[in-house]
Design a protein around this ligand. Structure first.
Ligand SMILES: [Zn+2]
Length: 308
């Protein structure tokens, strides 16, 4: 894990999200869990070496932020926004999150990933056993919620946009906010389950916080000023698709011609093979949103093959 401030650790070098923890005078608070089983087991061990885990907070519903909760069973109380809780590892015809999580584990590099872990197969849960208790929220809330643990405050701010149940976790004593995928730093942004206008509002809400550092959902820790970069990426996507619609391009033409593959950095670690997939899904999602068409995909998680 990487030390971010005196009491905050994260890991920005894994396939999956940036799982993190905060050490307080009365135990540890975990924010998101590693998708890969061996990394989840290792992170729990490391976190517990600083004291008992009091709470586990998930920032969003996507597999890469919640699947690892399984490996934290019995460690603290899981806290979820209701919009997240209701989508927690829910299987839809278009997306089976359990199967998607498993795809990243076998080490045959079939998908071109470079950080797969064959050891994780040994730790993989039986499907039925998993779904009996995937370790989702025990505290479920709407709006915002504040937790006090030891000398630390955890403001759980509802910041929908990337997903409906998106949270930012603001820890004022560390001058840090954990944003989940409201921020993708230095890598491609996934838009397909998103409401971009809400997302822009979420960035403005985060801007009001008195903080120094942002722990993003993906990519390196960044200063608060990165909010402007994320905002510019969202606006660029939105205006490119709006322009395409204005020119009368069809959905397929828009998907084929609107792309930021060479501009907004690589895809986060281990998912480089999805670069073109992200471009086409982002364009399709925005096209549907801006033209008011019914989404082609009915899963709240949005995509048949992947969500991050
Ligand atoms: Zn993610």
């Amino acid at each position: 894990m990487e030390q971010v401030t005196a009491n905050v650790c994260t890991n920005t070098r894994l396939r999956g999200c940036n799982p993190s923890y905060v050490v307080t005078s009365d135990g540890v608070v975990v924010i998101d869990t590693p998708q890969l089983p061996t990394k989840a087991v290792a992170m729990r061990q490391e976190a517990e070496s600083h004291g008992p885990i009091r709470y586990l907070i998930n920032t969003e519903q996507h597999v890469d932020h919640i699947f690892g909760n399984w490996y934290f069973r019995g460690a603290g109380t899981v806290v979820n926004h209701r919009e997240l809780y209701e989508r927690f590892m829910v299987v839809f015809p278009e997306l089976d999150p359990f199967a998607y999580a498993y795809e990243s584990v076998p080490g045959d590099n079939a998908k071109g990933t470079d950080l797969d872990e064959p050891e994780g197969v040994a730790l993989w849960p039986d499907r039925e056993e998993y779904y009996r208790d995937p370790n989702k929220g025990r505290i479920i809330f709407t709006g915002d919620l504040t937790l006090r643990v030891g000398e630390h405050t955890f403001h759980l701010l509802h910041t929908p946009g990337h997903t409906p149940g998106q949270l930012a976790v603001h820890v004022p004593e560390e001058r840090v906010v954990f944003t989940g995928d409201t921020i993708f730093s230095g890598c491609q942004t996934w838009l397909m389950t998103s409401d971009v206008d809400q997302w822009l509002g979420a960035l403005e809400r985060i801007r009001t916080l008195d903080i120094d550092l942002i722990v993003p959902g993906h990519g390196p820790v960044v200063p608060k000023s990165y909010l402007d970069v994320q905002r510019s990426h969202l606006l660029a996507w939105k205006s490119a698709v709006a322009t395409a619609i204005g020119k009368g391009w069809s959905r397929d033409e828009t998907i084929a011609r609107v792309s930021f593959r060479d501009e907004f950095g690589p895809v986060d670690i281990g998912q480089g093979y999805m670069l073109d997939y992200i471009q086409s899904r982002n364009a399709a999602a925005l096209y549907d949103k801006l033209t008011g068409s019914a989404p082609r995909l009915t899963a709240p998680d949005g995509t048949p093959a992947a969500a991050t």
